[in-house]
Ligand binder design. Sequence first.
Ligand code: BDR
Ligand code: CA
Length: 313
Amino acid sequence: MPRKIIIDTDPGQDDAVAILLALASPEELDVLGIVAVAGNVGLHHNANNARKVVELSGRLEIPVYAGCSRPMRRQLVTAEHVHGDTGLNGPDLPDPTIALQAQHGVDYLVETLMAAEPGTITLCTLGPLTNIAMALVKEPRIAERVKELVIMGGAYFEVGNITPAAEFNIYVDPEAADIVLRSGMPITILPLDVTHMMQSTPERLAAFQALGNRTGQAVYDMLSFSEGFDLQKYGWAGAPLHDPTVIAYLLQPELFEGRRCNVTIETASELTLGMTVADYWHVTDKPHNATFLRSGNAEGFYALLTERLARLP
Ligand code: BDR
Ligand code: CA
């Protein structure tokens, strides 16, 4: 039986690749729905982009919802400087024809989790945690019904990418991340410590293009656009590839290593706002509320991604 997942996302080129990886893996993953959140760019663009990506994959039956248009307490911080003004600059994808679902994304999350057997739905978050936190505020009992929440967000040994201390997804809505980390849900975190190892070198990008399908070309165009900023910033052979690690973890968890520990979100300090303070060495007796992954196998990750993207149109 494929594992049931809901993807909460702010696409975003790397979000788009994550969605494609999930939709290319129906034997393992049953994507119940996709919920957009404000993050990389505004909600309108993110919801539009999610539908463009669903259409690219040919899986037109996947419902797309729009969730929250701003963080819980703060002004929205966006990342057009990385992703472009539409959030998905690079490929020339047609405007979506599938409609956005009328239901609010937070209500969809609550209703779906409350209606399903407990422990059967996995949430995958690729953007700020606003929708999940709002769902928890609305219906706290969802915490015990989620099978696992797999988050791309945070950083510890690699520290920040939007400030010196904080990773973008957590920084945008630190109060939401705090609510989620305190919720008691079974949580796994794919931080920058992992995603900085997954570098999209020219050879790896060329392998996507060489697939010869429209998806491979679109992924090549997306990542060629978004990596421009990071290549300059880090000076590495390839840019980090973040969000697809969440889906790769569900498909092949053995590609990743880490440990259970306490992870607490800084919500007060101006200097370190949104920092994910991971007690990786267990120097406190705070509860182990997350599995914090620290490393990943880049060769295995790109092999999986390339093989799966080949299955799409
Ligand atoms: C995260 O921030 C976003 O820009 C990416 O899509 C990813 O989810 C990386 O810090
Ligand atoms: Ca994202």
